[in-house]
Design a protein around this ligand. Structure first.
Ligand code: SF4
Length: 413
């Protein structure tokens, strides 16, 4: 069983010590406004103690950031919203503590069009950021209004051009499709317009209605009508087809890149790798444990400044839970994963187990035509891609699976 610890005064940090090389996720929680579909922990900056929160994040960097991270990701929130003096303070301190400017293979910052101009892009480059991810989300004014976005379409184009003019080589554009009322042909036309800009990477997400968002409430009230499953599927395949034929390979369900331009930081998540999360609500995974900071700005500041720690929960997933999670994360990638990779990424040695509880699941999914073999690896088949969530649920059953203690890895999973 997974063991969970929750917010009391202190959570034991054993096993959560930062290790050299571990990727860093920095959560900067401020946005210009809250988007209606968003369930990330982010708040409109106006009226908040932005300086106090960022000072607490600097303190957490000093206390917890691992040396020489392989990748760094500034997410949120909207990192580009921060004034240059704050970006400088955060990134200079991060470099002083970690030496990331010489160690990181990739440093990404999430940006929104309303807060990204040429000066901001040049400032980020100067501070060691190399890759920008810009949230266009849509090219339709009515959809941007429905989403509660504060920028217009022209600002999206201007932000992209400004980043290129400043010298950013790695640029991602974030888009959302299958929006209520959206026609497939309009979406594909907009996708072509974005591709005309020449992004190195595109993240194209099927709209989802997350709990505790305005979108979910509107859905429950009948004010928003999602597309039927078969129409969402048409969007999915047409999107893959259009992006693939533009030379952007689908390396994950929602992510497409030119050769070598995939997001290394995110691939580490899908490999179920370790990472350190810093900032309000940030989650980290180290060794066999996972833990997250408190989702409340005042509480985050108080805990960091008074106790030097803002952890609100931690869990130690069972062997079965880790194995199941490794499978469903790895199957999101086009390359899939082998049974040996699944066991090793889950931190398990198959030789010490008598039974391999993932093997029957893999076999049954292959029998249904949802998984296919690719050399040593298993990956989602053509039929399996659209039902990736159902495949994930199958592997989550491993959470409570009994794990034997002798024998060797059996064939098939
Ligand atoms: S800008 Fe991004 S993080 Fe902020 S509310 Fe909108 S979707 Fe969420």
């Amino acid at each position: 069983m997974t063991v969970t610890q929750r917010a009391d005064e202190t959570i034991d940090r054993t096993g959560l010590e930062p290790r050299e090389g571990t990727p860093i996720y920095l959560h900067l929680p401020f946005c210009a406004a809250k988007c209606h579909y968003c369930d990330f922990y982010s708040v409109p900056a106006e009226g908040q103690d932005v300086d106090g929160t960022l000072e607490a994040i600097v303190r957490e960097i000093q206390l917890r950031a691992p040396r020489r991270p392989r990748t760094v990701f500034l997410g949120g929130g909207t990192p580009s919203l921060l004034e240059p003096r704050w970006l400088k303070r955060l990134l200079d301190e991060l470099d002083r503590v970690t030496d990331f400017r010489s160690s990181a293979l990739e440093v990404t910052a999430e940006c929104n069009p309303e807060s990204l101009d040429r000066d901001k892009a040049a400032c980020l480059l100067d501070l060691g950021v190399r890759r920008l991810s810009i949230g266009f989300q849509s090219l339709r004014p009515e959809t941007l209004a429905l989403f509660g976005r504060v920028h217009d379409v022209q600002q999206s184009f201007a932000a992209f051009e400004a980043a290129r003019a400043a010298g950013v080589r790695d640029l991602n554009v974030d888009l959302i499709y299958a929006v209520p009322g959206q026609r497939l042909e309009d979406w594909l036309r907009d996708l072509d317009t974005v591709l005309g800009l020449g992004p190195d990477h595109v993240s194209a997400y099927n709209l989802t209605f997350e709990e505790e968002t305005l979108f979910k409430r509107w859905l429950d009230q009948g004010r928003l009508a999602p597309h039927p499953d078969e129409v969402e599927l048409e969007f999915f395949w047409a999107t893959r087809e259009r992006l693939s034929s533009s030379g952007r390979r689908p390396y994950e369900i929602s992510n497409f890149s030119l050769d070598g331009r995939h997001c290394r930081h995110n691939v580490n998540y899908w490999h179920n790798g370790e990472y350190v999360g810093i900032g309000p609500s940030a989650v980290g995974k180290q060794g066999l444990r996972r833990a997250g900071n408190v989702r409340n700005l005042g509480e985050y500041r108080r805990r960091i400044l008074e106790r030097g720690d803002a952890l609100d929960w931690s869990e130690s997933p069972s062997d079965g839970a880790r194995l199941g999670e490794t499978w469903w994360l790895g199957l999101r990638l086009t390359e899939g994963l082998s049974p040996v990779e699944a066991w090793s990424r889950a931190g398990l040695n198959p030789k010490t187990y008598g039974e391999n509880p993932s093997a029957p699941i893999v076999r049954s999914l292959a029998d249904q035509g949802w998984l296919e073999a690719n050399g040593e690896r298993w990956r989602l088949s053509q039929k399996g891609w659209p039902v990736a969530d159902a495949v994930a649920r199958e592997f989550l059953r491993l959470r409570d699976a009994p794990m034997g203690t002798t024998g060797a890895l059996t064939e098939g999973g």
